[in-house]
Design a protein around this ligand. Structure first.
Ligand SMILES: C=CC1=C(C)c2cc3[nH]c(cc4nc(cc5[nH]c(cc1n2)c(C)c5CCC(=O)O)C(CCC(=O)O)=C4C)c(C)c3C=C
Ligand SMILES: [Fe+2]
Ligand SMILES: [Fe+2]
Length: 353
């Protein structure tokens, strides 16, 4: 019998003595974690979410003495309304939640089906900011007897502002545990063939549905401040490598695929070229047709649906462009699930027979 499917009691020398705490069968937990989501689009839930998100030192690295007066004095008074209106445009009204939560749940459910042959695996999902929280879902996994947990930050490219803060939060919660599970975290997978292939296939199949041929396809990644890059965050290099491998896999003429960075926040200089400026420049130079994909986002969310499919499309048209299409993220598609499953199976080696 596999040691992992035995209860601790079975592995022990005899029956549990009276008064011994109950012991579950030893299992392996897989926890998918994405960025976060407000619970609603009104001012209060938006403010709560933004407060948690923008108080994270991994996200805003400015000294607190400089940042908090801006955060509490300006950002948390103005941004909840603005962001709430943007979320309202993309909100999943059927489930009353953000698309990011809907897709992350679907990924968790589909991964559980794909791993169903391994009875000892329990799959769950959480958000770094907002609900369901990492603490709540980790406690659930532990209540199911998970003595080993694989934490999967859903970011193909590593950044301290995303991957590291997921792991920080998980380990912060573990600090309060007497019986801490063995833990593994999924590393970045920006150059994994299964991921590059899934992106390429999603581009090819999307372009085949269009009634125009884009002169350029833009790979738009979420940006980070230049200062983080200069301090050694590998994110920029990971994005560039994803794009290079994608370009090679697509085999297109040089220059058709363009890499850009979106979602600037605050006054600092961020990674360049900026997506909005590039889209505008292309249209002004006479480019009539483009498509944009977001390889760094595992799921569609505010930043892809509102900022790219919505705003960037408007910028392109206003500057003289004619045809604009947003290529959906991999989400819970077969190709997207192939990537998630491959990463999980690879990282579970040695824990699974
Ligand atoms: C300094 C600020 C920010 C850094 C650094 C940053 C990095 C970063 N973020 C993502 C992924 C997502 N960001 C999202 C939203 C978002 N991000 C910031 C700020 C920084 N991000 C802001 C202010 C916002 C918008 C919040 C709002 O106005 O409501 C999202 C979308 C979440 C959703 O529910 O839709 C994602 C995803 C990455 C990958 C990244 C660094 C690599
Ligand atoms: Fe962000
Ligand atoms: Fe680089």
């Amino acid at each position: 019998m596999n040691a992992l499917t035995q209860t601790v009691a079975e592995r022990a020398t005899g029956p549990l003595p009276a008064g011994h705490p109950p012991v579950e069968t030893a299992k392996i937990g897989v926890l998918l974690v994405n960025l976060g989501t407000p619970d609603g689009t009104d001012f209060k839930p938006m403010r709560r979410y933004l407060k948690e998100f923008l108080s994270d030192k991994r996200v805003i690295e400015w000294p607190r003495i400089a940042w908090y007066p801006i955060l509490y004095g300006i950002v948390l008074n103005t941004r909840p309304k603005k962001s709430g209106a943007a979320y309202a445009e993309i909100w999943n009204t059927e489930r009353n939640e953000s698309p990011l939560r809907t897709f992350t749940r679907a990924q968790g459910e589909k991964l559980a089906v794909r791993l169903a042959g391994h009875g000892e695996i329990v799959v769950d999902w959480a958000m770094r900011y907002g609900n369901p929280s990492i603490a709540e879902r980790t406690d659930y996994l532990m209540s199911q007897g998970c003595e080993r947990i694989l934490v999967y930050p859903l970011y193909p490219q590593y950044s301290a502002s995303t991957t590291a803060t997921v792991n920080d939060k998980f380990f912060e919660h573990m600090m309060g545990k007497r019986w801490m599970p063995a833990v593994r975290t999924v590393p970045p997978y920006h150059d994994e063939p299964v991921y590059i292939d899934a992106l390429a296939r999603s581009i090819e199949s999307h372009l085949a549905t269009l009634d125009f041929e884009p002169e350029h396809v833009i790979a738009s990644y979420h940006g980070i401040p230049q200062s983080y890059f200069r301090k050694g965050d590998p994110y920029h290099c990971h994005c560039q490598k994803t794009s290079r491998l994608l370009d090679e896999r697509l085999g297109w003429p040089k220059g058709r695929l363009i890499t850009t960075f979106q979602s600037r926040f605050g006054p600092e200089e961020w990674l360049q070229p900026y997506t909005d400026k590039t889209v505008e420049k292309l249209a002004k130079e006479g480019v009539k047709s483009i498509a944009v994909l977001n390889p760094g986002f595992v799921s569609d969310c505010l930043e892809t649906l509102e900022e790219i499919a919505g705003e960037a499309g408007e910028i392109f048209h206003e500057a003289g462009g004619e045809n604009f299409s947003h290529i959906p993220c991999l989400n819970d598609s077969e190709a997207g699930m192939d990537v998630i499953e491959a990463m999980v199976r690879r990282e579970l080696r040695g824990w699974l027979d």
